[in-house]
Ligand binder design. Structure first.
Ligand code: ADP
Ligand code: NI
Length: 217
């Protein structure tokens, strides 16, 4: 089994599948998560092969776009992986990570069982904060026809899937409903450090946003 070759083949496959994704799960999101996951895996001594496979396949079928069905992604990943001569044990592990990786809504704290899972979840969450996170949030908001901000609307912490998926609040609200919560949800020490800086950047950004909103600066 040539691990490098397998990673390359999976990478090409995912790249092709996600080419036309416009909702923040495009190939470049996966690319960034993959790079970050590799970096965290190295620092945390996680198994790089499992981490790379799970990072590459983690958004292959998003639960939000399949009527809330979170089994589509792992099933698709298993189909792709089973053609590569990878051991069942690794395939099971990768699929478990893919099932658990996505952020659901504020009331749910998905707990990863293994270090490799923690690494991939951290890398995915890091891509939702900082400068990249801000860009993705506004891109998603545009895709959904959301206002960038609505001062009359207060942010809510969603307690259920229905509430989260049915939400049509402004993109600035999304910062309070998700993005600013992520710093405290990081699993690994490496990710916590990276998140801290990205979080501070978002706070500065928001402060300035509200100042500009009122024409003060
Ligand atoms: P993940 O890849 O972490 O599972 P999601 O699928 O929840 O993330 O969302 C993809 C991207 O779109 C993320 O950057 C997220 O912050 C952003 N996003 C999700 N929901 C909203 C929303 N209601 N308003 C603005 N941005 C959103
Ligand atoms: Ni993702």
């Amino acid at each position: 089994m040539n691990k490098q070759k397998i990673i390359e083949r999976i990478m090409e496959r995912v790249k092709k599948d996600l080419e036309n994704e416009g909702s923040g799960h495009d190939w470049w999101h996966v690319y960034r998560v993959w790079k970050m996951a590799k970096r965290i895996a190295k620092e945390e001594s996680a198994d790089p092969f499992t981490v790379e496979l799970a990072a590459l396949l983690h958004d292959i079928a998003d639960w939000k776009f399949h009527n809330g069905d979170d089994t589509v992604g792992p099933r698709m990943a298993r189909r792709i992986l089973s053609r590569q001569g990878i051991s069942e044990k690794i395939i099971d592990h990768v699929c478990e990570i893919i099932q658990m990786a996505p952020f659901k809504w504020a009331g749910v704290k998905t707990k990863m069982r293994t270090l490799e899972g923690k690494v991939v979840q951290d890398a995915d969450r890091l891509d939702a904060i900082g400068a990249i996170g801000i860009a993705r949030a506004f891109a998603y908001g545009g895709h959904k026809n959301q206002l960038i901000y609505d001062p009359n609307e207060k942010p809510i912490l969603h307690r259920s899937k229905k509430e989260y998926l049915g939400s049509r609040s402004s993109t600035i609200n999304h910062f309070f409903e998700k993005l600013l919560l992520l710093k405290d949800r990081m699993n690994t020490k490496t990710a916590k450090n990276i998140a801290k800086e990205r979080h501070e950047f978002m706070e500065k950004y928001l402060k300035r946003f509200f100042e500009e909103w009122e024409g003060r600066i």
